[in-house]
Design a binder for this molecule. Sequence first.
Ligand code: GTP
Ligand code: SPV
Ligand code: MN
Length: 583
Amino acid sequence: MSTTNQPLNDWINEVAKLTRPEQVIWCDGSDSEYQSLMSLMQDSGDMTALNPDTHPNCFLHRSDPQDVARVEHLTFICTEKEDDAGPNNHWMSPGDGHRQMDDLFDGCMQGRTMYVVPYCMGPIDSPLARCGIELTDSPYVVVNMKLMTRMGAQALARIEREGSFVRGLHSTGELDPDRRFIMHFPEELAIKSYGSGYGGNALLGKKCHALRIASWQARQEGWLAEHMLIVGVENPQGETHYVAAAFPSACGKTNLAMMIPPASKDGWKVWTVGDDICWMRPGDDGRLWAINPEAGFFGVAPGTSESTNPNALAMLSEDAIFTNVAETYDHQPWWEGLSEGEPATDWKGQTYAPSNGPAAHPNSRFTVSMKNCPSYSDQAEAPEGVPISAIIFGGRRERLVPLVMQAKNWQHGVLLGASMASETTAAATGAVGVVRRDPMAMKPFCGYNFADYFTHWLSIADSASYPPEVFHVNWFRKNEDGAFMWPGFGDNIRVLEWILDRCKGRGDAIETAIGHLPGVDAIDTNGLSIDPQTMADLVAVDIEGWSEEIAQIGQYLDSYGDRMPERLKQTCQQVADALAVQS
Ligand code: GTP
Ligand code: SPV
Ligand code: MN
């Protein structure tokens, strides 16, 4: 392969001159290319074939033990003006960013192959889709990009037709945490990533392109690039409504995206459009229309089981890549939460011993094509996307935050998203379980100043005359014994049912200071053994706790200074005032 696009040729030559690879290979995205890369990696020890009887065409990759998660402290947005990146990002000037990265890239591919990976984010014929090229020296990245994106010849053809593309340059370098940076140059539609082979740091189509760069473009062009799953929820009458939901990393998007409702909710079905990223744009009909820019799942393995997520387990029985999971004695993949099998080898490749910690890394992952998923939606490839009825925000909050609440209007919905907070997880390096502000689940992923981002969100109601209803959920409330109060997983359909009822102007709700909440009997608990007191606690409003919370939210908004939209601060003040009346 080669290209008729001169700027692309020039860029590849320029990068090759800097990084000095032994050879340059263009990736066509074919199955035979995938298999030959797998053979190459088996020879080098980067990939191990799993049990071909139980898991045909499945492979295990063990990454460097110091390279198992996103690195937010090493991720930068490089814009001309520091304020454009905002207090929510680490900033560097584009000049300094390029200098620092090019020093690292200098000669780094000597003796290695540089792969040219053309990819398309979104259905290949969708007007909402966007393309990019990733140059990488990692065959692991190439095979993951093949499953996660529309990769290869068709994407290159689209790039040649359109002319524009995002430029991503990646090298695993020495995998030295002290020589690792992920830098974004939104003004140039460029990404440079060095020193990590891990998912979000290295598969540049995903968080780097489809969120950080795309969010910047989306603001300029009047659309939204969000950290959201997309599902179609079918009711017993056979009607399907589409919902997009933003939960922070490792807070339940993949699980909700392919959940199977319990037997007691006969007739309800969930159809998977996407599990991590959503691009949406106001349509001519005034609604928001959404596509999933990805073609595969890069999902959290631990906790995935026959009882929590049977569809995921089914889709992982063939053609999947596992990263940092454990292995059973007969070479089946294993992780904490599985009801069958036992670990023989841990994620580091050592004989499993409980004293060494969990067998699978808490952020171990699977990569698999969406087409493997039994609940794959027949609308997932629709070029125009699917119309969104509800946007759901949610976080991991042990206390205070109710099971579900509905925003009073779009502006209040933007506040619900902007004021999200959640406990940190193993998806990024650093402490786990610390509550932090994570607006719209985009703290690590918004490519520009959050104040401008909220302004942009508010403006969506001007271009979409029928914006979705907005909700906030929390599956993670705990009781005094530290146990989850809500059963979660498939039973979350009960909350989705209330949400969709509310979208149709039905469903029992109580107006409170913080939003519309379901009455104690509004959520269908038939077939569920949850005691009425727990249910009542899940939908109660703790006025004192919320008064403190809203004060903190106000301070958070103020910390962005003059750029923070006054309308959002006023909405926050209205909630504070309503709480003050009641306390
Ligand atoms: P990223 O891929 O990092 O963006 O994560 P995600 O938001 O897709 O999270 P995922 O669905 O993979 O869930 C992460 C963890 O939360 C898993 O261990 C799940 O088992 C657990 N989890 C998901 N949904 C629920 C739920 O409804 N209740 C409880 N208690 N745990 C859940
Ligand atoms: C996340 O951390 O939100 C993920 C995994 O979905 S990663 O691709 O590493 O970002
Ligand atoms: Mn994610």
